[in-house]
Design a protein around this ligand. Structure first.
Ligand code: IPM
Ligand code: MG
Length: 358
């Protein structure tokens, strides 16, 4: 069966890094079709919208989406609905990509890249599972209004709504428990149940779902404490499950623990395992077009795609092994370069991964 992949490179370094991932996918001897479409600022420039109809339609009919990155300085002053970020939010919402998996792995070869002491981070391998289509990101109502009563009466205010429906919490909790079952059987649910109704509800539902997974040891942590424990003793975590906004923040923090956000992939899945795969890093407009960016996060995202959406686990393992091999060979893009290693460009890194595949 032919696997269909929508390729949405986006802005900034998006094109350079996605190109390397496409080369890797194309070299695996699989039956794949890859169709490309504009997204983000690039799409806004071409079609006046960051997520044009045709791009959304392509994404919807594909099994998986290989996404680069969106955003750039020249788009920062656009009205919100035209900003590049709306493309990724629109894809998540329209495709129902509610489960975001963000592994944070410290590769032994890159142990010095972390800003934390090696003994605190060496061997780090955690998985953050972030709910991606609910919470304050999408809750209604939201907007601006004039305050009608109380202390701020007559003033303008901005407001958003934090909310979760029971089924939304149940389905992401299940993803968390199932991931924990395949790993160390420890799941930490992160919330702010001491203050927020939404979080108390989240916690109650997660506890209820836990009855179906008696082999998994469930713990709960408040978001502020989790942010602290993640830098104090990150290896005490294994799988973390949390809501959209807390997961946004914690996953950036976890990425930084590894010191190499240029290495970290991510997957966003819906109920039928259709998925969007993207590097955890952004569009890095400052180095765009310079053939300097690290393509490994995107290549590893392609590996996640093979595993989760295309059911090609052995091809996924081949790609991951090839990435480990190039690190072992001492090849480094500028972001992870250190004395004694060999600095390579984006395309040279792609060449090396292709070579290591064979
Ligand atoms: C992420 C990003 C997005 C988010 C932005 C670009 C809308 O920060 O994927 O974590 O907030 O979810
Ligand atoms: Mg983020």
């Amino acid at each position: 069966m032919t696997h269909t992949i929508a390729v949405l490179p986006g802005d900034g370094i998006g094109h350079e890094i996605v190109e390397q991932a496409q080369r890797v996918l194309g070299a695996l001897g699989l039956d794949l079709t890859m169709e490309q479409a504009p997204v983000g600022g690039t799409a806004y420039d071409l079609h006046g919208h960051p997520l044009p109809e045709a791009t959304l339609a392509l994404a919807k009919r594909s099994q998986a989406i290989l996404f680069g990155a969106v955003g750039g300085w020249n788009y920062d002053s656009l009205p919100r609905e035209h900003r590049p970020e709306q493309a990724i939010l629109g894809l998540r919402k329209n495709l129902g990509l509610f489960a975001n998996l963000r592994p944070a792995i410290l590769y032994p070869q890159l142990a010095n890249a972390s800003s934390l002491k090696p003994e605190i981070v060496s061997g780090l391998d955690i998985l953050i599972i972030r709910e991606l289509t609910g919470d304050i990101y999408f809750g209604q109502p939201r907007g601006m209004r004039v305050v009608q009563e109380g202390q701020f009466k007559g003033e303008q205010e901005g407001f958003d709504t934090m909310r979760y429906a029971e089924s939304e919490v149940r389905r992401i909790a299940r993803i968390g428990f199932e991931a924990a079952q395949k790993r160390s059987k420890k799941l930490c649910s992160v919330d702010k149940a001491n203050v927020l109704e939404t979080s108390q509800f989240w916690r109650d539902i997660v506890i209820d779902v836990s009855k179906d997974y008696p082999d998994v040891q469930l713990s709960h942590m408040y978001i502020d404490n989790a942010a602290m424990q993640l830098v104090r003793a990150p290896k005490e975590f294994d799988v973390i499950v949390t809501g959209n906004i807390f997961g946004d923040i914690l996953s950036d923090e976890a990425a930084m623990l590894t010191g190499s956000i240029g290495m970290l992939p991510s997957a966003s899945l819906n109920a039928s395992n259709q998925g969007l795969y993207e590097p955890s890093h952004g569009s890095a407009p400052d180095i765009a077009g310079k053939n300097m960016a690290n393509p490994l996060a995107t290549i590893l995202s392609a590996a996640m795609m093979l595993r989760y959406s295309l059911n090609e686990a052995s091809a996924a393992a081949r790609v991951e092994d090839a990435v480990k091999a190039v690190l072992e060979q001492g090849l480094r893009t500028a972001d992870i370069y250190e004395a004694g290693t060999t600095k390579v460009s984006t395309s040279q890194m792609g060449d090396a991964v292709l070579k290591a595949l064979n």
